[in-house]
Design a protein around this ligand. Structure first.
Ligand code: NI
Length: 202
């Protein structure tokens, strides 16, 4: 059990295409997944991909806490899940813009176009093949994590870079927080903690 350090944008490991895992039940992979879980728990995040802890292998670990599910999103909490060699397949051509953050880009958030409905196929550490059907927020989370395995960070998926901002000045996000209740609670907290808000909103 160990908390690992997190690679930041600019480090070459984040731009590499990660290697498929040959043996999902390899104890080394189990240990890696456990460390990724500890690392997520330490920072209070939802998911992480192995390249973010400097391991260029196709492993994603995530969980969905009840407290993180946006209002209006029909989704049950999901316990810790290790995805080995995950593959995302879009089930719609529709994309929607959704706010994201990333442990590898601390202090930033951006609004990213993502497919609203995907399936994700993966292998478990017990060598079981699984498929999950994901919509909206969960679909975004897993597209974001699997992108890490192909060397993509969320700004590389953005089509409007005016929506990339520092958490200390969440202008467009703050606007949206005012307009809609259906916002990822973590991003609403970010707006609520906006340190310079008095300068901008009366
Ligand atoms: Ni990320």
């Amino acid at each position: 059990m160990a908390i690992r350090s997190i690679a930041k944008m600019g480090h070459p490991v984040l731009r590499k295409v990660a290697t498929p895992v040959e043996d999902p039940s390899d104890p080394e992979i189990t240990r890696l997944a456990q460390d990724m879980q500890d690392t997520i728990e330490d920072v209070g995040a939802a998911g992480i991909a192995a390249p973010q802890v400097y391991v260029s292998k196709r492993v994603v670990v995530f969980r969905v806490l009840a407290s993180r599910i946006p209002p209006g999103v029909k989704l049950d909490p999901i316990p810790w899940t290790t995805m080995i060699n995950p593959v995302v397949t879009p089930l719609t051509e529709t994309k929607a813009l959704i706010w994201e953050r990333c442990l590898s880009l601390p202090g930033l958030h951006g609004k990213v176009p993502r497919y609203t409905h995907v399936k994700v196929s993966y292998t478990t550490p017990e060598r079981k093949d699984q498929v999950i059907d994901c919509k909206d927020w969960l679909a975004m989370l897993l597209q974001h994590e699997v992108d890490h395995l192909d060397g993509y960070l969320y700004p590389m998926r953005m089509t409007d870079l005016s929506l990339l901002a520092f958490n200390s000045d969440p202008g467009a996000l703050a606007e949206e927080a005012r307009r809609t209740p259906d916002l990822d609670p973590a991003l609403r907290n970010l707006v609520n903690a906006w340190p310079t808000r008095e300068k901008w909103v009366g």
